[in-house]
Structures are given as structure tokens and as C-alpha cells.
Design a protein around this ligand. Structure first.
Ligand SMILES: [Zn+2]
Length: 469
């Protein structure tokens, strides 16, 4: 009798212990889960085990770490396709803006393997880069610029031998896992249509997309060049920052891309939510500056000091080099680009020693706060889709790892952004770009908190390399 009673007690104690034991490493309780892949928009609990989402349920879950997400939106971590800032400083601003993957696809890098090696095991968020035509051209032609050409690669055509050498470098960088090919034709205006087409054909051999900042001048002609090259080469095409490329012709540019897609071409695009752009003052973007009037220079802002430029200060800074901000678009055109169903959100951001364009820190919060909550220019699910699923889908044919990102479902990577939809907003300004966005309460990179209770987490490096395979 006594033995029986002990046995019953033991069994019930074991059952109780089992019932109380945490099932998951982390549970996000009661958040509004938005998954653009399945269309799920409902209150759910998410269980995370290791680096993966292990449960997504309306039933209660128990975690070793329990996070109350009541009143918060739980979204897939954002994927920024256009992030020039690839330093620990930049990754901090990205994480506080809900970004779990930041990629340098426009300018790209070279050599690709060295670039990845420098970041592996020490990055707050996931990172990756394309094989860059610009850095390859600068190396071969011995240009003295930094991120962008400022002399040889900008001023003269490449010889046949140089073109062969440039392509050899790009081919090696694609072999090393570059996420497609990055091009900035406006910064290499002396690259002939033949040179550009030949590079598109090279990317096609690898079945990787071309990410392109188009040639300057008439945007219709610029789109015609890259869409034709993509059609001829049979290569996927991604046109970067349509907002600053098209400005007043944004509706026409969008119509051209819709048409290209309707005719079966794999063409995508992106935009950032600001009326000003930023680039290198010594680059080809300012060729012909001598002919500009005073009003033109007054639209330029030097972020290092916050001053507006004059002809005299422009000339001085052009010799010195550095980033300059240019106000050149309207709110109406920015809104049209951000709200259009084809357009992904991407920052084009870079912050250097606390200086830069606010897009480097505020892009994703600004879309959610300003364009979704305040202006109702697009829905919350649309904004989340443009910031997560669409960029993941752009990359996944060449990088299968991306099939596990941009989604909230069982088995997906636990890259998750949790934000307060009533508060999320950018705080970075043109005068002070180095300010964290507000409203992101938790950001997880493969199951590791990089933002917790609204605070950046130090001493963690869960970010890993995203490569083409
Ligand atoms: Zn660009």
C-alpha cells in the first residue's frame, strides 16, 4: 500500500515537472504575427529552438526565456539589399532599424573571399555582397578613388586587354560566391554599351542577377539599356533606388518595369523613403558641375559639417572627396515608389564615424511609421513583405539559405523583428544621421537577441555570410 502511494506520488511529480519544463529556448508570447509568405496576420506564440522557429501556435508555449509581445508586431527580420555600410558601426544602426541581413549588392566588392573572411564570426547581423564591376574596373585601370571611381575608371574607356582583365576579376568573384554582379554605370560613364552587355552575359553564365545603378541622363534611355541587355543576355535584373534614378519620371519608370515583367522578364526594383540622395562628390555623378547655377549648389548638403554648399565650397570638397547629400526628389514621387507593389525597401545607407544620410539608420522604421501609420500610403503587411519576403525571394534562386529567411513559419530561421506599430519611427535626420530608430523592441538573428527590450545587445555576433552557391 505504502509502495503504491509512493509510486503514484512519483508519477504525478514527474508529470508535473514535465508539464512545467520549458519546451523552447525562447518564446515570443501573444504578438501579432505577420507572415507575408502565408498571409498569416493573427495573434500567435512563436517558439524558438536554437537558430530556428520550432513552433507557431495559438496554444500557450513555454520557453526558457519568455518574451511578452502583447501589442507588438512580430515580423520576419528585414533584408536590406542595398547597404554600403558593412562595418560594426553600420550593423548597429541596421539592427535598431529591424534589419537582420544587410547586403552590398549595388557597388559590390572585390575580392569577394577576402571581404567575407573579414566579417565571418564577428558580425551582429547577416552580411553579403555581389561581385562588383566598379571595384574590378578601378583595380584594373588603377583608379585612385575609394568606394567609387574618381579618375581613370571614370574618365576613359577600357582597352580590350583591360576589359578582359576586368571580366576575369568579376568571374573569379562570382566563383567565390558573389551574390550576383553589382554595377554602377553612372559612375563608369566611359564603360561602353558593349562593355556593359558583355558583363551581363558573364552574369548570365552564372545564372545570377545584375544589380544596377543605371547610366545617368534620360531615365527612359537608361532603363532601355539595362532591360534590353537583361533580355538579350537572359539574366535577372534588379534596378537599384528607383526613387533617385527616376525622380519626376517615377510613374513612367514603374510603367516600363511593369511592362518588362508582363513580357516575361525577371526585373525587380527597390526604393528608399527620402527626398534626398547621397553620393561621392568626386564621382562622375557631378561631371559638368561647372555649368551649374547657385540654386543647384544650395540643394547640396555636406553631412560632415551640416553646411549647404556654394560653388566655392563645392569645388573645394570635390578636390577633397567625401559624401554629399543632394535634395532632388519630391515627397509625391517618393510615396509613389514606396507604395508601388513592385518596389522593395532598401536603404542605400552608409554611416561613417557618425556621419551620413539618415537612410543608413532610419529607412525601415520610416516606412512603417511615416508611410504606413501616418500617411496610410501602404498597408502594414505590404511594408513587411517589401522589407523581408520580396528581397529573400530575389536572392533565393542563387542562395538557397534565403528560402529560410523573410518568412515566419516552422523550420524558418529565427530572424525576427518585433516592433511597436504605434511607436515605430525613424529619428535620424539630415543634420544628425547617426540616431537609432525607435520602436523595435526585440530583434533576433538566428535565435540570438541583437536588440532586447529596445536596447542593442553588445558582445554577440550571430550574423553569418550569405553567399551564392
Ligand atoms: Zn546608387
Amino acid at each position: 500500500m505504502m509502495a503504491m502511494r509512493v509510486l503514484v506520488w512519483l508519477c504525478s511529480a514527474l508529470l508535473a515537472a514535465q508539464a512545467a519544463a520549458p519546451q523552447y529556448d525562447i518564446v515570443l508570447h501573444g504578438g501579432r504575427v505577420l507572415d507575408p509568405a502565408s498571409g498569416l496576420d493573427a495573434i500567435r506564440n512563436i517558439g524558438i529552438t536554437g537558430k530556428k522557429i520550432a513552433a507557431l501556435s495559438a496554444e500557450p508555449l513555454r520557453g526558457r526565456i519568455d518574451v511578452d509581445a502583447t501589442g507588438l508586431v512580430v515580423a520576419p527580420g528585414f533584408i536590406d539589399l542595398h547597404s554600403h555600410g558593412q562595418t560594426p558601426e553600420n550593423y548597429r544602426y541596421k539592427a535598431m532599424d529591424g534589419v537582420t541581413t544587410a547586403l552590398e549588392l549595388e557597388v559590390g566588392v572585390s575580392p569577394v573571399s577576402d571581404w567575407y573572411k573579414a566579417r565571418e564570426g564577428r558580425s551582429l547581423i547577416h552580411f553579403g555582397a555581389s561581385a562588383g564591376h566598379i571595384p574590378a574596373r578601378m583595380a584594373v585601370m588603377k583608379d585612385t578613388g575609394g568606394l567609387l571611381p574618381r579618375d581613370a575608371a571614370m574618365n576613359r574607356a577600357a582597352t580590350a586587354d583591360e576589359q578582359t582583365a576586368i571580366e576575369a576579376i568579376v568571374r573569379r568573384d562570382l566563383d567565390e560566391g558573389g551574390l550576383g554582379m553589382g554595377m554602377g554605370i553612372t559612375y563608369t560613364p566611359t564603360a561602353t554599351p558593349d562593355e556593359i552587355l558583355s558583363l551581363f552575359m558573364l552574369a548570365a553564365k552564372f545564372k545570377r542577377p545584375v544589380f544596377v545603378h543605371m547610366r545617368g541622363g534620360n531615365v527612359v534611355a537608361s532603363i532601355q539599356e539595362v532591360v534590353t541587355d537583361a533580355a538579350v543576355a537572359g539574366v535577372p535584373l534588379h534596378i537599384v533606388h528607383l526613387n533617385s534614378a527616376a525622380t519626376a519620371k517615377t510613374p513612367l519608370a514603374l510603367q516600363m518595369l511593369e511592362g518588362a515583367r508582363a513580357r516575361g522578364l525577371d526585373v525587380t526594383t527597390e526604393a528608399y523613403p527620402y527626398t534626398a540622395s547621397m553620393t561621392e562628390i568626386a564621382s562622375a555623378a557631378y561631371t559638368g558641375w561647372e555649368q551649374r547655377d547657385a540654386a543647384y549648389f544650395a540643394r547640396l548638403l555636406w553631412p560632415a559639417t551640416g553646411e549647404r554648399l556654394t560653388r566655392e565650397s563645392f569645388e573645394r570638397y570635390r578636390k577633397q572627396g567625401g559624401f554629399v547629400i543632394q535634395f532632388g526628389n519630391t515627397e509625391e514621387m517618393v510615396r509613389a515608389a514606396i507604395a508601388h507593389p513592385l518596389v522593395m525597401i532598401a536603404s542605400d545607407g552608409i554611416i561613417e564615424n557618425g556621419k551620413g544620410h539618415p537612410r543608413g539608420a532610419g529607412t525601415f522604421a520610416r516606412v512603417l511609421g511615416r508611410y504606413v501609420r501616418e500617411q496610410h500610403a501602404l498597408g502594414l503587411m505590404d511594408a513587411v513583405r517589401k522589407s523581408s519576403l520580396m528581397p529573400a525571394q530575389r536572392l533565393e534562386p542563387m542562395s538557397p539559405a534565403m528560402r529560410q529567411k523573410g518568412r515566419l513559419s516552422v523550420g524558418a530561421d529565427a530572424d525576427i523583428s518585433v516592433f511597436d506599430p504605434s511607436r515605430v519611427i525613424d529619428t535620424a535626420t539630415f543634420e544628425n544621421a547617426a540616431q537609432y530608430s525607435e520602436g523595435f523592441r526585440y530583434v533576433l538573428v538566428e535565435g540570438t537577441f541583437v536588440v532586447r527590450d529596445g536596447k542593442l545587445q553588445d558582445g554577440v555576433a550571430p550574423g553569418r555570410a550569405i553567399r551564392a552557391q
